[in-house]
Design a binder for this molecule. Structure first.
Ligand code: PMM
Length: 275
């Protein structure tokens, strides 16, 4: 899944695709690089970010969704607002990626039940403005699993078919670096929920912290985190992640291919043990 942020203030790409034309060009480039899905979002979820009004979010994403869908892309709309999701689906989006897992807008789950399209339910504990204060966990994997289970139940109760649900641990959303690492190591447990798992680690600040400058302690800037993203992508794919949401599709696709080839070999070896 390639990321197209139609925002002036995203932490990871700094608003480089803010005009509709630039965003469409970026989406087409990601498809060319081999993305299966392009994820179009008009609200920055960077810690501390202010929400754009709904009409501004619509104005940002709709033309981009429409054009990319018309060009044959499988488009996902990254929104927490049912109104934006509904209009994006009309404009040709085929998935809804809701980082709030249905918590931000009570109209979202009923909309998704009517739409019957795939729906990404991410682990979330509140809007970006106050998100960091919510990074309190006992056992982060157990807590996230428990909260994701509640969102899955709510989605099923609203009438969303089980087969439409994709889950996401929500790396960087109300998580300290150590929480993100624990969740990555616990991907197998998240997979055991029985839904495809989406992982969004691309250029996130826990990678910047890991790669901080030895002398100054300054985190590695977002634009220099792609090699680390590739490493995470290969490892997450090996753990059975279904989808990787990334900015740099070309290198992630290489990583996924390596991981798949390695996995096939390991499986083959398991089926025919040496004598
Ligand atoms: N992260 C961001 C935005 N949308 N959606 C899903 N499903 N999972 C994520 O981890 C996720 C997301 C924030 O990253 P960005 O600012 O680079 O888009």
């Amino acid at each position: 899944m390639g990321v197209v942020n139609v925002t002036p203030d995203s932490f990871s790409d700094g608003g480089s695709s803010f005009t509709a034309d630039a965003a469409v060009a970026r989406g087409l480039m990601l498809l060319e690089q081999g993305a299966d899905i392009v994820d179009v979002g008009g609200e920055s979820t960077r810690p501390g970010a202010r929400r754009p009004p709904a009409d501004e979010e619509l104005r940002r994403v709709l033309p981009v969704v429409r054009e990319l869908a018309a060009a044959g892309a499988v488009v996902s709309v990254d929104t927490m607002r049912a109104g934006v999701a509904a209009r994006a689906l009309e404009a040709g989006a085929r998935l809804v990626n809701d980082v709030s897992g249905g918590l931000a807008d009570p109209a979202m789950l009923p909309l998704m039940a009517r739409a019957g399209t795939p729906y990404v339910v991410m682990h979330w504990r509140g809007h970006s403005a106050g998100m960091e204060a919510n990074a309190l966990y006992g056992d982060v994997v157990a807590d996230v699993l428990g909260e994701l289970r509640l969102r899955i139940e709510a989605a099923l109760e609203a009438g969303i078919p089980r087969g439409c649900l994709i889950v996401d641990p929500g790396l960087g959303f109300a998580k300290e670096p150590e929480h993100n690492w624990r969740l990555l190591a616990g991907l197998g447990q998240i997979r055991a929920l029985g839904h495809p798992v989406l992982v969004g680690a691309s250029r996130k600040s826990f990678l910047g912290r890991l790669l901080a400058d030895d002398a100054t302690g300054q985190p590695r800037p977002a634009r220099l985190r792609d090699a680390a993203t590739v490493a995470v992508s290969a490892l997450a794919a090996a753990q059975g992640a279904w989808c990787l949401r990334v900015h740099d599709v070309a290198s992630t696709l290489d990583a996924v291919r390596v991981s798949a080839r390695w996995g096939a070999e390991t499986e083959g070896a398991a089926q025919s043990p040496p004598r």
